[in-house]
Design a protein around this ligand. Structure first.
Ligand code: GDP
Length: 829
């Protein structure tokens, strides 16, 4: 043992000196390791015969004949120095080793990759190495001679210094002799060389790791190596035989996904990337060029696909006839304002809830299902009017099967009636006319029928084929007939879907719910949506955490034409967004990201102006500017839709308002990004910008305007569009306070213990309560207290008690916004 130790020590020390040896291993960090590996290979073949002898002296004793005369003195000096240095190092080594252990653990993965790479390169290096090895051998023997001399001169220091160094790669030396022998036996055989390499690697692994993980990996690597060696021995190719695949790669791809598509192990791909100098984890994306190198390295064929191809994973297969089953129709109620759409929807729901589900309390989720007396299910969309219908259709969601056109019998066909007719016709959706308010004394249903003729709606009574029913939403007349007619119409349409496939559906409503996060009501259109399904919806994606039906019950699944609230989204989608279930989260994320980027690119319009004033000024001087882009964020989908509709109506020949984006929830950094790119201001309706967004907006000079009255917002934009900015009431935020605690005080109600975080709190000012950057209450203060005293103002940094007039749903963490209104004369220049 000590003989071997001695030899190793010398080898180790000799190694670093032979710098060229180390350099030949291109992945230089494994200095000691490399040397050891080589050393084994080197030491072994030649002194094989001499090896059995019993000591350093004996071992070298066989050599002097080869040693060139006259070198030993110089070498001796060198060796002595080295020994001293080794002794000094020995002290540091313990501590160093501990630190190294840690670093090694981290580098283990990387090293392994390097080792793999080395293995591949080793073949080419073999010859060069052997040449060097011979030289090393010679040097080593010289060194041994020197050592022998050193031993003679200073017998004690040498073993002391040597022992710890030898002990360091503890398992390596023990194994070395066996392999040495093996190599000795077959030093010329190819397979043996392989074997030698493996042994080198094993030693290395053990020396480096010692840990179990390392050993396991070594075993796996060993097996692979053995396999390769076997193939080589059989004259086979060095590379594993493998299936060459066509690998689809989009412009960017996650490492993990790339590995999947190649059917390779993720770890191998990560290793290859590391060998290329790219330190990435499996969850990071790489670009297509890098992916191409990897794909080629693994021997596959790359097929580059464009970004939009990521959508291809969405199941597009057509259902076979035998897979299709009847599904309930989806009905939208349309008509002129005040003709009774809401009343009719409520009447149908109430009638059916009371009679159908005893004691059932319906929950508004944007759609509901009722059962007719002959057990036909009907799905009603609870958002009346053509605005929702149109905006859904514009987004590609054709949800409605049947339109119920409500016309008041005491009125006539009105502008919105005509619009509704046009929308239904454009969408190719059949209509049923509900002539409402038939209970009214002045009701004249036949006038409605004749009126409709002018718009090419010929009802049955006029010998046409459009079903018409006289109803009263107030007293319930004709409701059953209406439902029967709907069921009849639905039968004619022969509506079918395949419940046994990945679900797809459309978002009817979506909002950011305090507590539940983003919530979307989805009408399943095909397939069955289940808890746990992974989906992409518009630019968002998620995994179904819970499904809640229109009765407020949690359900496991929802089939065709069933509306459900979906929880588990990563963001708030928009009404009309289409939901598709996909197989993996990676796919869902990829599609969502692609869509977001595509939408951003599409929206990004050119234009430098950012504030309304500037834009208007620009519009004036530059006739070419014909669009006034804006971004709208609102507290609920309904407000957002209303604002967008209003915006679309603004404008004249010269200027038109273009809503680049509208959404629900706080104004975020990405909104600001889009606004900046398009030179648009951001309109917040009952929402606020979060802190990051505020900062970015300040930096980039993006204007954020807050409103709590839709008309104010519309007026402002109108004014900007027409170039007439009049005097306006402007709000100034004078302070912000955060609610730390909530107390109950008898006689006062709930009092918020606050810290004024910005500006001042003023008793006389207006206040708003913000929860997650959404305005949930606006009003005034009932009390502003500092300690026990009622005060007029509280400065930033101070604590105070506040209570709202007529409102007490306050919680810790809520933010109180304090604002004042002032009249400002707006300037145009
Ligand atoms: P929408 O704007 O189309 O949704 O109309 P609403 O449902 O809000 O109804 C407008 C007004 O008409 C309300 O005051 C209702 O009470 C009234 N109304 C709705 N249906 C009837 C009806 O069948 N008979 C009578 N007499 N009034 C009705």
């Amino acid at each position: 043992m000590s003989d071997n130790d001695g030899k190793k020590t010398l080898g180790l020390r000799g190694g670093p000196r032979a710098g060229n040896v180390k350099q030949s291993f291109s992945h230089g960090r494994t200095k000691n390791v490399v040397v050891e590996t080589k050393r084994k290979r080197v030491v072994v073949p030649k002194p094989g015969g001499a090896k059995p002898s019993t000591g350093g002296a004996a071992a070298s004793g066989g050599d002097p004949s080869k040693r060139p005369a006259g070198i030993s003195d110089a070498e001796m000096e060198r060796r002595l120095k080295a020994l001293k240095a080794a002794k000094a190092r020995e002290v540091d080594e313990a501590a160093e080793r501990e630190a190294e252990e840690k670093a090694r653990a981290e580098e283990r993965e990387r090293r392994k990759a390097e080792i793999e790479a080395k293995e591949r390169e080793e073949q080419e290096r073999e010859d060069a190495l052997r040449a060097k090895a011979e030289e090393d051998e010679r040097k080593k023997r010289e060194a041994e001679d020197a050592k022998k001399a050193a031993d003679a001169a200073a017998a004690m220091p040498a073993p002391e210094a040597e022992a710890p160094r030898a002990a360091k790669p503890s398992s390596a030396p023990r194994k070395a002799p066996e392999r040495d022998n093996k190599n000795d036996r077959n030093s010329k055989g190819k397979a043996a060389r392989d074997d030698g390499r493996r042994s080198g690697k094993l030693t290395l692994n053990q020396a480096l790791r010692g840990g179990e993980g390392g050993r396991q990996r070594s075993m796996a690597a060993m097996k692979r190596k053995q396999e390769r060696a076997r193939q080589k021995a059989m004259g086979g190719p060095v590379e594993r035989e493998k299936v060459v695949r066509d690998v689809q790669v989009p412009e960017t791809i996650l490492v993990q996904e790339l590995a999947n598509r190649m059917a390779e192990r993720v770890a191998d791909v990560v290793k290859s990337l590391m060998n290329m100098g790219m330190m990435v984890t499996q969850n990071q994306p790489i670009d297509a060029d890098t992916a191409e190198l990897i794909v080629e390295e693994f021997g596959h064929k790359i097929v580059r696909v464009s970004d939009s191809d990521v959508e291809d994973v969405i199941q597009q297969v057509d259902d076979k006839d035998e897979e299709l089953q009847a599904r309930p129709p989806v009905i939208t109620v349309m008509g002129h304002v005040d003709h009774g759409k809401t009343s009719l929807l409520d009447a149908i729901r109430n009638a059916k809830v009371v009679s159908g589900e005893a004691g059932g309390i319906t929950q508004h989720i944007g759609a509901y299902q009722v059962k007719t007396d002959d057990d036909t299910l009907l799905t009603f969309l609870d958002t009346p009017g053509h605005a929702a219908f149109t905006s859904m259709r514009a987004r590609g969601a054709q949800v409605t099967d049947i339109v119920v056109l409500v016309v008041a019998a005491d009125d006539a066909v009105m502008p919105q009636t005509i619009e509704a007719i046009n929308h239904a016709k454009a969408a190719g959706v059949p209509m049923i006319v509900a002539i409402n308010k038939i209970d009214r004394p002045e009701a004249d249903p036949d006038k409605v029928r004749t009126d409709l003729l002018q718009h090419e709606v010929i009802v049955e009574k006029m010998s046409g084929d459009v079903l018409d029913v006289e109803v009263s939403a107030i007293n319930g007349t004709g409701l059953d007939t209406l439902l029967e007619n709907i069921a009849l119409q639905s039968e004619l349409l022969d509506l079918k879907a395949n419940p046994d496939r990945a679900a797809s559906g459309a978002v009817i409503e979506a909002q950011l719910d305090v507590g539940r996060g983003p919530v979307a009501t989805v009408l399943v259109q095909n397939g069955t949506l289940r808890q746990g399904d992974i989906f992409v919806v518009g630019e968002q994606w998620g995994k179904v955490r819970a499904l809640i039906n229109d009765k407020g019950d949690r359900v496991e699944e929802a089939g065709p034409s069933v509306p459900v609230e979906v929880l588990g989204l990563n963001g708030t989608p928009e009404a009309g967004d289409v939901l598709n279930v996909v197989d993996t989260e990676a796919q869902a994320r990829e599609i969502a990201e692609y869509r977001e980027k595509a939408a951003k690119d599409k929206r990004a319009a050119v234009g430098a102006a950012t504030t309304l004033d500037q834009m208007m000024a620009k519009a004036k001087e530059d006739q070419a500017v014909s669009e006034l882009p804006i971004l709208v964020k609102a507290d609920v989908q309904g407000s957002a839709e209303a604002i967008v509709q209003a915006m679309e109506k603004i404008g004249n020949d010269e200027v038109r308002v273009r809503v680049l984006h509208s959404g629900v929830g706080a104004i975020t950094e990405s909104d600001i990004g889009l606004a900046e790119a398009s030179g648009a201001p951001v309109m917040g309706f009952n929402v606020r910008a979060n802190a990051t967004a505020r900062n970015v907006a300040n930096q980039k000079g993006v204007e954020i305007r807050y409103y709590s009255v839709i008309y104010d917002l519309v007026d402002d934009v109108k004014a900007a569009a027409s170039g007439l900015l009049s005097a306006e009431v402007r709000e100034n935020f004078i302070g912000y306070a955060e609610i730390k605690e909530v107390f109950k005080v008898t006689g006062v109600g709930k009092v918020a213990g606050c810290l004024v975080t910005e500006g001042i709190a003023r008793r006389s000012a207006g206040v708003r309560l913000l929860r997650d950057d959404v305005v949930i209450h606006e009003g005034s203060l009932k009390t502003l207290k500092r300690f026990k005293d009622e005060v007029k103002e509280v400065q930033s940094g101070q604590e105070c008690g506040m209570a709202f007039e007529n409102y007490d749903d306050i919680r810790p963490g809520d933010v109180i916004e304090i604002f004042e209104r002032e009249e400002v004369e707006r300037q145009l220049d």
